[in-house]
Design a protein around this ligand. Structure first.
Ligand code: ATP
Length: 252
């Protein structure tokens, strides 16, 4: 079997008396879309934050591409190929869509572009930014608009383009469908389907329709522990998952 791209082993994180991550182990294979689901407060965002390095675990380790990254700062993890989006989108609202993404391209190219030219007008940054916007499914009509004027769905897609600017091998998506209407969610599902296979994706999401439409494998988190991990059909049929998590509504 292929070696996992991301391997989380025995991760633990306590907040005071609360065990938010409780001996969590998880493997994401290269190129797979792996969904991480679980009820509110199950510890999904806390797990993602430990994988990206924003939160330091109390115990356990995280291997990425076979190397131990448990103690690396977030910026070094990004350089190794780990990129993320947030539940709440973070954009420069006064800048246009294209400018936001051009700045992200600049941030990852480093050195030569800094200081002496305006990144927002530099064709060498705008051209790759357009490619990223196309990959993230952002319509060209929105590229010159202020991101502050965009719909929630379009903002999520721009944030995805920004995360892709890091050329990740693993993309961590924290609730990309949150706050979107049905048609925006369908558009995001199609965008993610288009990315599948080209990079690995760890998807935290409450929209079960999207999860089961997209995931190659699903892991279920309850009270900080992974209670099941497998293909979507196995997860749907797993009695422990049904008891702990999937409601009758969601199964329908
Ligand atoms: N910085 C913190 N300090 C104290 N408790 C925290 C902190 N961050 C998270 N928690 C608690 O840890 C638990 C797990 O939270 P987390 O946000 O990881 O869950 P989640 O599965 O992502 O939830 P949701 O689906 O609602 O986003 C919750 O009980 C939460 O209140």
């Amino acid at each position: 079997m292929t070696a996992p791209l991301l391997l989380v082993e025995g991760l633990r994180k306590r907040f005071g008396g609360l065990c938010a991550t409780d001996d969590l182990s998880l493997a994401v294979r290269p190129g797979e879309l792996h969904a991480l689901i679980g009820p509110n407060g199950a510890g999904k965002s806390t797990a993602i934050a430990q994988i990206t390095g924003e939160i330091r675990p109390d115990a356990g380790r995280i291997l990425f591409a076979g190397r131990d990254i448990t103690r690396l700062p977030p910026s070094r993890r990004v350089r190794r190929g780990l990129s993320r989006t947030f539940q709440i989108v973070q954009l420069l609202d006064e800048a246009t869509t294209l400018e936001n993404v051009a700045l992200a391209v600049q941030a990852h190219q480093g050195h030569s572009f800094r200081f002496w030219r305006d990144a927002r007008r530099d064709e060498r940054l705008r051209q790759p930014a357009r490619q990223l916007l196309l990959r993230a499914g952002v319509e060209a009509a929105l590229w010159e608009q202020r991101t502050g004027d965009l719909s929630a769905g379009a903002r999520k897609q721009v944030e995805l383009a920004i995360a892709l600017a890091a050329a990740p091998r693993l993309l961590l998506l924290d609730e990309p469908m949150a706050g979107l209407g049905p048609s925006e969610s369908r558009a995001m599902t199609e965008t993610l389907r288009g990315l599948k296979g080209r990079l690995a994706i760890l998807l935290v999401e409450h929209d079960m329709e999207a999860v089961f439409a997209l995931a190659d494998r699903v892991s279920v988190l309850v009270d900080g522990r992974c209670i099941a991990s497998g293909e979507p059909a196995e997860i749907r049929a797993d009695p422990a998952v049904r008891a702990a998590y999937l409601t009758e509504d969601e199964e329908a």
